[in-house]
Design a protein around this ligand. Structure first.
Ligand code: 5GP
Ligand code: MN
Length: 338
């Protein structure tokens, strides 16, 4: 594995390099923001750069500068395959294991390209040739900011890049409220605002850009689906396939739903189970001592951060939730009164 600074020298001597950027399944604000920020920077530097997303993403991100150039792997398989095969470098942003991007991961694994992993999740798989990785940051967008500044200086950031990186940092910090936020985060963000990130526009576009159906769906879930297990400081919610259809739920519409559980006084762990037909997808969020990533890894084939993790199950929705409830008391030491 080589230092990222050696990559800068390589790329400086290879202006014709074909660079591909990819990110995780169902990209969130950080995944898409860091990808689009890096893409615009590379384009401004004269590189042939392309973004492939493994899937589509939510409407609340479909305003981001240059997002119309993103290629959806599921909709453009042949073109994507060709791009991966021809690429000299592939940047993998906001994920660190190729299996998390399914078939696209296999193509990248087989391709000749050098890979660069830029990420802030635990336990990197180790597929990468170059790495810029730490868990001690807010977001991949913040790491991309550092890469740009190290490589070409602050002056290489234009308003589009600033907007994309601001969005990534904002969404991955729950609008600057998580533990990961430091003075350094705010200093970074301050420079992004100076470069043209429009704070209130971005917040509005991300947070106030959903359908009436989605709000009704949230109302339904909060009124009828949310359960609190008081003695274990846990909230749990499950969503059926039928409910997703009834409320016309689209990609991105369930993002954030798991956080409502944590807003209840005394609740320190929240779980959301969604029946995605082939799999039950699960989100875990914690606000105390509960190790969400460890729990997800040990019981739901997943992982993630200490306070925000995800996983999956091939059981039925009912079976997965029942097993969750049976398993939880084993973790009483983290969830009992303290
Ligand atoms: P979310 O609940 O938003 O889907 O995921 C929260 C975090 O959990 C993600 O940032 C990611 O780090 C992690 N995560 C989600 N799903 C999985 C999974 O299936 N496997 C692993 N290893 N991590 C996941
Ligand atoms: Mn992220």
């Amino acid at each position: 594995m080589q230092d990222i600074k050696e990559l800068f020298a390589l790329l400086d001597n290879q202006p014709e390099a074909r660079i591909l950027i990819t990110t995780h399944h169902k990209p969130d604000g950080d995944a898409l923001g860091s990808s689009l920020g890096l893409w615009k920077f590379l384009k401004n530097q004269g590189f042939d750069a392309t973004i492939i997303s493994p899937t589509d993403y939510g409407v609340h991100l479909q305003w981001m500068p240059n997002q119309e150039h993103v290629i959806n792997f599921e909709q453009a398989f042949t073109k994507s395959k060709e791009l991966v095969e021809k690429a000299d470098y592939v940047f993998c942003l906001d994920f660190n294991a190729l299996h998390r991007i399914n078939q696209l991961g296999n193509l990248i694994h087989e391709a000749k390209a050098k890979t660069i992993m830029v990420d802030h999740h635990r336990e990197p798989e180790g597929f990468d040739d170059f790495r810029y990785w730490t868990t001690q940051t807010t977001s991949t967008a913040q790491l991309v900011h550092e890469i740009i500044v190290m490589w070409k200086g602050e002056e290489a950031i234009d308003a589009d890049i600033a907007t994309c990186l601001y969005t990534g940092i904002m969404t991955d910090t729950g609008s600057f409220r998580f533990d990961s936020v430091t003075p350094h985060t705010h200093r970074t963000v301050a420079t992004l605002i100076e470069k043209g990130a429009r704070v209130s526009d971005i917040h509005q576009l991300v947070h106030d850009n959903f359908s009436f159906d989605r709000l009704q769906f949230i109302g339904h879930c909060l009124a009828h689906k949310l359960e609190v297990i008081t003695e274990l400081k846990t909230a749990v919610m499950s969503v059926t396939r039928e409910e997703l259809v009834r409320y016309n739920i689209q990609t991105g519409d369930t993002e954030g739903l798991v956080n409502y559980g944590l807003s209840i006084r005394g609740v320190e762990f929240s779980a959301l189970f969604i029946d995605r037909t082939k799999l039950v997808k699960i989100s875990f969020r914690g606000s105390g001592q509960f190790p969400c990533n460890e729990f997800s890894r040990d019981h739901f084939q997943g992982g993630g951060h200490f306070n925000a993790a995800g996983g999956q199950s091939t059981e039925t929705l009912e079976e997965a939730v029942a097993r969750f409830k049976r398993t939880l008391p084993e973790y009483k030491k983290y969830l009992a009164n303290h």
